[in-house]
Design a protein. Structure first.
Lengths: 317, 277
């Protein structure tokens, strides 16, 4: 009996989140089932309210789940892991702030992994809005977590270049024609990273992060396939199903939506102790994701129960 | 304007002002420009809530946020188009003087068509760009069809070979998968049976799904023969394959949309209200 009190005091934020979620959502759904059977129709705003609760409670009281990398994520992780030190990896930020909650965690994870493996990383963007998000990764991940890495020597920032597929069509044979300088107006010939890199054909891996056009598909069409450069991508969930046909031949691996990001983060944490305490937005977002999906599935079940019950009643005189 | 609306507007204005002041005060020790940062975060929160308010019902706050977004987006992309394409790509190759004026490094003539005098080839896109703007004129609007035809033709030419290779030949080649992977007899198959993702059974199962899925999917879209008997059965399997694919696609879309909601709520709880660390 006395053991209850310290147990209640020692309750964690995650437990509070789970308790609140179960009580509010479970109770609410039961009430909703009763209402829907009684009246046969539920205001759509109630559905929105439930989604709001199921998403906001795990944000306020973080609920985390352990993730294991699926083969499609693991293969990309392994490729970066097994590349020899000093390999040239290009990461293209082809997304905008609207996609950022989903794909920025992937960009951060890729940057961490590549720099931890001492690869030479080239950052660039085919989206105008991608440049500021690229800066966010440099500011929040690269500079604070890898202070020993020098811009130009260990990584380069080419920034944004207008031209969409046109840019890819040129850099597949010559970087300098499209990017005479980096984002800081330093000529590419003066940047150590580009000492042995003339075109995309000299890269060891290309990673496109995005979910729109131009994105991973355009990279495959204009660079990956013609130049035979290994490619991987991290994309918004909406785009992921369209890219699965390219796996495993044209894409080494795909991170699809926040689930892919969470799997990659968990793989990084499992192999690198230094990343144990860094922010892991992908893993953190899986709590709200899971709960929201449970609620959506519950609504589908409730809707069907309500439908069959009211139909049966309707048939009876 | 109704009395209720005036009261509501006043209330929102007060909440906005209080939030701005409180936010600026909380950022005081972190940033020099804490007042403007406080304003921007409060404004972002206000616009987020305005957009979300549509879920309750259509209202003037939603309308305001929607119109603001459209207006700002149009202005942003127009300005960006000028600075990134014209100033970023064209001017540095067009003229040394203009490059100096816009403070962009001049690029030596690399793309010039050597049959034309120096720099002249760069005036071709300039002219085509101007012709494209003729669409704004009622009388000369037809001229814009010329550059448009050039754009369509170039895009088609550029994409034809690439799509043929990546989306057709490579995709057909990817469908030719072995139906028996590492096959060393039935006995060995059952004795080594496991459900590992890289295991023999799972790999073979995946390959069979690809084989049957592609075949039946194609049968469903083959309308020259009536869908009866074995052909009809394959067609029905094809429908199932398509429906499962659409379902998976829809599931991914739901996940994506929830991620965006998580992103917005995280902004509200973390950046605005500072409820979470």
């Amino acid at each position: 009996m006395t053991g209850w009190i310290p147990r209640i005091i020692a309750i964690s934020g995650s437990d509070i989140g789970i308790i609140i979620s179960l009580v509010v959502i479970g109770g609410g759904l039961a009430w909703l089932l009763k209402q829907s059977i009684k009246a046969g129709d539920v205001d759509r705003r109630i559905v929105f309210l439930f989604i709001f609760i199921s998403v906001s409670v795990p944000i306020l009281f973080p609920i985390t789940f352990s993730e294991t990398a699926t083969p499609i994520v693991k293969k990309l992780y392994d490729r970066i892991e097994n590349l020899p030190e000093g390999s040239a990896v290009l990461i293209s930020f082809d997304f905008d702030p609207a996609m950022a909650p989903e794909v920025q965690p992937m960009a951060d994870a890729f940057a961490r992994h590549c720099l931890a493996k001492n690869h030479k990383v080239i950052f660039m963007s085919l989206w105008a809005t991608g440049q500021s998000l690229l800066s966010t990764t440099l500011q929040n991940v690269v500079r604070p977590e890898f202070p020993e890495k020098i811009e130009g020597v260990d990584f380069a920032n080419l920034g944004y270049k207008a031209g969409n597929e046109g840019v890819l069509n040129v850099i597949v044979t010559n970087f300098r024609k499209m990017f005479p300088t980096d984002v800081n107006s330093i000529p590419l010939d003066s940047i150590a990273v580009f000492k042995k890199i003339r075109s995309c054909q000299d890269l060891d891996l290309i990673i496109s992060i995005g979910g729109g056009k131009p994105g991973a598909k355009e990279w495959i069409l204009f660079v990956g396939d013609p130049a035979n450069v290994p490619m991987g991508c991290g994309v918004a969930a909406v785009t992921a199903p369209q890219l699965y046909p390219y796996y495993p031949k044209q894409l080494l691996g795909i991170l699809g939506g926040i689930k892919g990001a969470a799997e990659y983060e968990s793989e990084l944490v499992r192999h690198y102790d230094r990343f144990a305490d860094v922010k892991k937005p992908g893993l953190r977002m899986m709590g709200p994701q899971t709960l929201a999906h449970v609620v959506i599935m519950a609504f589908i079940v409730l809707g069907n129960i309500s439908y069959f019950v009211t139909r049966r009643r309707g048939k009876k005189p | 304007m109704s009395r209720t609306m005036i009261i509501l507007l006043a209330l929102v204005a007060i909440v906005f002002a209080v939030s701005w002041a409180a936010k600026s005060a909380s950022l005081d020790d972190q940033y020099d420009d804490y007042i403007s940062r406080g304003f921007l975060i409060t404004l972002a929160a206000f616009l987020t809530l305005s957009i979300l308010s549509f879920l309750y019902k259509d209202n003037p706050f939603y309308k305001f946020a929607e119109h603001l977004f459209v207006g700002v987006s149009a202005a942003y992309w127009m300005s960006l188009g000028f600075w990134s394409t014209i100033v970023g790509n064209l001017i540095p190759r067009l003229s040394v003087t203009l490059s100096a004026f816009f403070k962009v490094p001049h690029i030596e003539d690399e793309y010039a068509l050597y049959i034309l005098p120096d720099k002249v080839s760069y005036f071709i896109p300039v002219v085509l760009g101007i012709l494209l703007l003729m669409r704004l004129s009622k009388k000369a609007g037809w001229i814009s069809s010329w550059p448009l035809a050039f754009i369509v033709g170039t895009t088609a030419g550029l994409n034809l070979v690439r799509y043929l290779r990546s989306d057709f030949i490579e995709q057909v080649s990817s469908t030719f998968v072995p139906l028996l992977v590492d096959w060393q007899g039935t006995g060995r198959f059952f004795s080594d049976f496991n459900l590992y993702a890289y295991g023999q059974f799972v790999t073979m199962l995946g390959n069979w799904v690809i084989f049957i899925g592609v075949l039946c999917g194609l049968v469903y879209f083959f309308f020259s023969k009536e869908h009866k008997g074995i052909f009809g059965g394959a067609s029905r399997v094809g429908i199932w394959v398509l429906m499962i694919t659409f379902g998976a696609s829809f599931g991914y879309t739901v996940m994506g949309r929830i991620s965006l909601l998580v992103g917005r709520l995280t902004f509200l709880f973390h950046d605005w209200l500072e409820l979470i660390g």
